[in-house]
Design a protein around this ligand. Structure first.
Ligand SMILES: Cc1cc2nc3c(=O)[nH]c(=O)nc-3n(C[C@H](O)[C@H](O)[C@H](O)COP(=O)(O)OP(=O)(O)OC[C@H]3O[C@@H](n4cnc5c(N)ncnc54)[C@H](O)[C@@H]3O)c2cc1C
Length: 275
C-alpha cells in the first residue's frame, strides 16, 4: 500500500438530500493524477476518544490489522491513542490537478456509520486519512457499449466514469435510489446515454432483473458494471455469468451490505469478489 496521507477538509456542503460533498486537500495528494476519477480510495477516521487522527498504526502488526474486527469491549481496553483508525472505501468523484483538490460524495444513509456521520458534520480544517487510489476500474474501455448498474453508493463513481467513456459508445445506466429521492445527474455526457431510475427495494429478482432483461442488450462487447448492495450484486452477477459474458467485461463489487457495517462485512465482500 502506498503511504497513507492526512488530508484536510476545504469545504463540505449538502449536494442533495442524499449526498454530502466533501472537498479535501493535502500534501502528497498529487499522486492521484489526472485519470483518477472513479477509482476507489480508503478513507481513515479517528476513533471515539481519539483527540487526533493517527495513521502510524496502519498495518503495523497482526493484532492491529485485525482491530477493525475486534468487539468494542476489547477495543475499549486498549488506549485509544494506539488504535488503528476506522476505515471506509469511497470513490474519487473528481480530482482537480491544478488546485490539488479531491471531491468525494458521501451518501447520507439512514443508519450513519463512522464515515457518513463524519461527512455530515465535517468542517473546514477537519482531518481524514487517505490510502490509494486502488487500480480497479468499473469499465473495460475496449468495449463498444456499457451497462452500468448501481445505487447511491456507486453513483459518484459511475458519474465520474461516464464522462470518460468514448462518445460513440452507447451507455445505459440502471440506477436504484432509496424511496423518495429524485434522480440526480451531475455529469456532462448527454448523447448516447440512457438512464433508467428505480426505487431501491432490495428485491432484484422482481425489480432490476426484469428491467435488465427488457433492455435486450446483445452482450458481446458490452462492459457491464454492477456496484450496489450485496444481495443485488450477487443476484445480477449470477444472471450475467449465466449469459456467458466474458469476465474481463464484468465488474461486480458489492459496495455495502444491508444491516451490516463495514467492519462486519469487509471479509465477506472480499470472499464475494474472489468467488
Ligand atoms: C469500491 C467502493 C467505492 C465506494 N464509493 C462510495 C462513494 O463514493 N460514496 C459513498 O457514499 N459510498 C461509497 N461506497 C460505499 C461505502 O463504503 C459504504 O456505504 C460504507 O459502509 C459507508 O460507511 P458508514 O461508516 O457510513 O456506514 P457503516 O458503519 O459501514 O454501516 C452502518 C449501517 O449503515 C448501512 N449502510 C452503509 N452504507 C449504506 C448505504 N450506502 N445506503 C444505506 N445504508 C447503508 C449498513 O448496512 C449499516 O447498517 C463505496 C464502496 C466500495 C466498496
Amino acid at each position: 500500500m502506498t503511504q497513507a496521507l492526512i488530508l484536510q477538509v476545504v469545504q463540505s456542503y449538502k449536494l442533495t438530500e442524499l449526498f454530502q460533498r466533501v472537498i479535501l486537500t493535502g500534501a502528497g495528494l498529487e499522486r492521484l493524477g489526472e485519470n483518477s476519477a472513479g477509482l476507489h480510495i480508503k478513507l481513515f477516521f479517528k476513533r471515539d476518544g481519539q483527540q487526533q487522527l493517527n495513521l502510524q498504526h496502519l498495518g503495523k502488526n497482526r493484532h492491529q490489522r485485525h482491530s477493525d474486527e475486534q468487539p468494542q469491549k476489547d477495543l475499549d481496553k486498549q488506549p485509544s491513542s494506539v488504535l488503528k483508525p476506522s476505515s471506509r472505501t469511497y470513490s474519487v468523484r473528481h480530482y482537480d490537478t491544478v488546485n490539488n483538490l479531491l471531491t468525494v460524495d458521501f451518501v447520507l444513509h439512514p443508519d450513519p456509520g463512522v464515515a457518513c456521520a463524519w461527512a455530515k458534520t465535517a468542517l473546514k480544517g477537519d482531518q481524514v486519512g487517505l490510502a490509494g487510489p486502488g487500480p480497479m476500474r468499473l469499465c473495460n474501455l475496449n468495449a463498444s457499449a456499457f451497462l452500468l448498474i448501481g445505487d447511491a453508493s456507486s453513483l459518484p463513481a459511475i458519474m465520474a466514469v461516464i464522462d470518460q467513456l468514448p462518445l460513440h459508445a452507447s451507455v445505459q445506466v440502471v440506477m436504484e435510489l432509496p424511496k423518495g429521492h429524485l434522480p440526480f445527474i451531475d455529469c456532462e455526457r448527454i448523447c448516447n446515454i440512457k438512464w433508467h431510475w428505480l426505487e431501491q427495494t432490495f428485491t432484484p429478482q422482481t425489480s432490476l432483473l426484469p428491467l435488465i432483461r427488457s433492455l435486450a442488450l446483445p452482450l458481446a462487447g458490452v462492459s457491464v458494471a454492477i456496484a450496489s448492495e450485496h444481495k443485488t450484486v450477487l443476484c445480477l452477477r449470477q444472471y450475467f455469468r449465466s449469459q456467458s459474458i466474458d469476465r474481463d467485461y464484468l465488474y461486480c463489487v458489492p459496495y455495502w451490505r444491508h444491516r451490516q457495517n463495514e467492519e462486519t462485512y469487509h471479509d465477506a465482500r472480499h470472499r464475494v469478489m474472489d468467488s
